[in-house]
Write a protein that binds this ligand. Structure first.
Ligand code: F6P
Length: 536
């Protein structure tokens, strides 16, 4: 850590000691300019962070930290294609995937054209299944970044879906994900996309093999050989493995290793989405993300939305000691956003070893969770209002509804605004009494408040605005990596469990009866599952 950074952290910690005891009521008292001072707008987005527990002084400390951590220098490195993912020896260039054709790398432009042509061929019926019937269903077989982004975006943009082609998503290795779907599909009119950056992910390969077997069993024997070529395409950066699976090279849409899985929606991983909403709408999504890229690149720090979001996280985690962060989209169409965000944020910043290989002496990524409002209000919001955990929240609201029904939009907005205000300001015992609450119930009807939140307003939910929103959070995560001195682009933490699953599998399939090398719990569970008769 440089001396300047050390100083900035120390100053922030000392300042946090002064701010922690303050209540949001006090911060808002007599204040007329708080919203103006602590809100930003860009494109289709408004960011109100006035209900965060901070002052103008806090912001000054946070920006000093960003400067000492050299966020702008790291941003330059990312844009220049430097190897900033040092543990995997890779550049991080997903922003290149949404650059306009004139500015994007030639291989990106070529792949984009192939995707455009492919979508066109499917939509116009130029490309058909083995009986010559047009495709009616497309199934994306992928997991993690090869599933969460397109699944979330396809759901978010369901108002833009093209008729005639239904998109489905299968990620889990549990047969209960794939089989019930296959039972509803027509093999003659179903297209499968095997989406796997590495083409080595167990879940995706198992689902792809089962889908292929299902298809082969349902076509005349003379067509079985060509079925993979007619009904399967692959999306991967491992072209050899896709070819080995039987998908011809002209049906493999490749992308580069400088695209991280959780940042890959903009790559051919977005194919299922492009098929669902049409390529022009997919391009609008790319354009929205590009607009946010330009904002992130050019806006001064204090007007910079992604940097501001990241600094708020640092403040809540390192200043106020929050250990989790809840995200509440008050939009049913965005209900999958928290799940998408969990991978984006926790796979990126859920680390405790810094870029120099040393253990971080400070807290890093909080646990991200959440669900759509208003549903959560009737479930876990009790804990937010009267439990004893600090839970910073992000509320996301749409300025205009994507599915208008008389009266509904006003009600969902009223609920979102009410919740963030109730969480911030609570209700004192005196207020409860004044509202007529009987004395013996006053302790139960008191709300401590002081739960901080940020409210994001997305003017309308369109491909373009969704692109802005997703790029906003991607860049926030980039900033967090810099601020916490982490490599936000590797994910070694997922490997150990994968390897152990490989060594446990033979015990379940009869290939390795000797369980002596396993721990007592695993041995006991295998016995209970009837897979081993050996004594513990
Ligand atoms: O196991 C984690 C992970 O590697 C994620 O980072 C990735 O998004 C996901 O698995 C799927 O990987 P792939 O696209 O290579 O199948």
């Amino acid at each position: 850590m440089t001396p300047a950074l050390e100083t900035a952290w120390q100053a922030l910690r000392a300042h946090a000691g002064q701010i922690r005891p303050l209540h949001l009521r006090a911060l808002f008292a007599g204040d007329t300019g708080r919203f103006e001072a602590f809100s930003l707008a860009h494109g289709d987005l408004l960011l109100d962070f006035s209900k965060q527990r901070l002052t103008a002084g806090t912001l000054a400390h946070l920006h000093a930290l960003a400067e000492a951590a050299d966020v702008s220098g790291w941003r330059r490195k990312m844009w220049a294609g430097d190897i900033i993912n040092h543990t995997e020896g890779r550049a991080v260039r997903h922003v290149a995937l949404r650059a306009p054709d004139a500015e994007a790398p030639p291989e990106v432009v070529r792949t984009r054209q192939r995707l455009r042509d492919f979508c066109d061929a499917i939509h116009t019926g130029k490309r058909r299944g083995h009986t010559d019937a047009p495709f009616t269903d497309v199934v994306n077989l992928g997991i993690g970044g090869s599933d969460l982004g397109p699944r979330m975006a396809a759901h978010a943009l369901r108002a833009f879906r093209r008729p005639g082609l239904s998109a489905h998503f299968v990620s889990n290795i549990d047969g209960a994900d794939l089989l019930p779907l296959l039972q509803r599909l027509n093999p003659a009119t179903t297209l499968f996309i095997v989406a796997s950056k590495t083409f080595g992910t167990q879940e995706t390969l198992a689902n792809a093999s089962s889908a292929l077997a299902w298809l082969r069993a349902r076509v005349p024997a003379e067509k079985a050989g060509e079925i993979a070529a007619r009904h399967f395409v692959a999306v991967s950066s491992n072209l050899e493995a896709a070819a080995a699976f039987g998908i011809p090279p002209e049906q493999v849409f490749g992308f580069q290793d400088w695209v991280g899985g959780r940042f890959s929606l903009w790559s051919p991983v977005g194919l299922v989405l492009a098929l669902a909403i049409g390529f022009p709408q997919f391009e609008a999504l790319l354009a929205g993300a590009h607009a946010m890229d330009l904002h992130f690149l050019c806006a001064p720090p204090r007007e910079n939305l992604p940097l501001t979001l990241a600094l708020l996280d640092v403040w809540n985690v390192n200043g106020l000691h929050a250990q989790n962060h809840a995200f509440f989209p008050y939009s049913q169409s965005l209900e999958l956003f928290p799940v998408y965000l969990q991978q984006l944020e926790m796979e990126s910043a859920g680390k405790s070893v810094d870029r120099q290989g040393a253990r971080c002496a400070y807290a890093t990524a909080p646990i991200v969770w959440g669900s759509a409002g208003t549903n959560g209000q009737h479930s876990f919001f009790q804990l937010l209002h009267q439990g004893n955990q600090l839970v910073p929240c992000d509320f996301l609201l749409l300025g205009r509804p994507d599915f208008p029904l008389p009266g509904h939009h006003a009600q969902i907005i009223a609920n979102a605004l009410a919740q963030s205000a109730a969480l911030a300001f609570g209700q004192t015992g005196e207020e409860a009494r004044a509202a007529g609450i009987p004395e013996h119930l006053v302790p139960y009807r008191t709300f401590p408040g002081n739960q901080p939140s940020t409210t994001l307003v997305l003017d309308r939910l369109t491909p373009h605005s969704l692109g802005q929103l997703l790029a906003l959070y991607e860049h926030k995560v980039f900033c967090l990596g810099v601020l916490w001195n982490l490599n936000a682009f590797d994910q070694w933490g997922v490997e150990l469990g994968k390897q152990m699953a490989k060594s446990i599998l033979p015990h379940l399939t009869g290939g390795a009866p000797d369980t002596a090398a396993l721990d007592a719990s695993t041995r006991g569970l295998l016995r209970a599952l009837g897979k081993s008769s050996q004594p513990g």
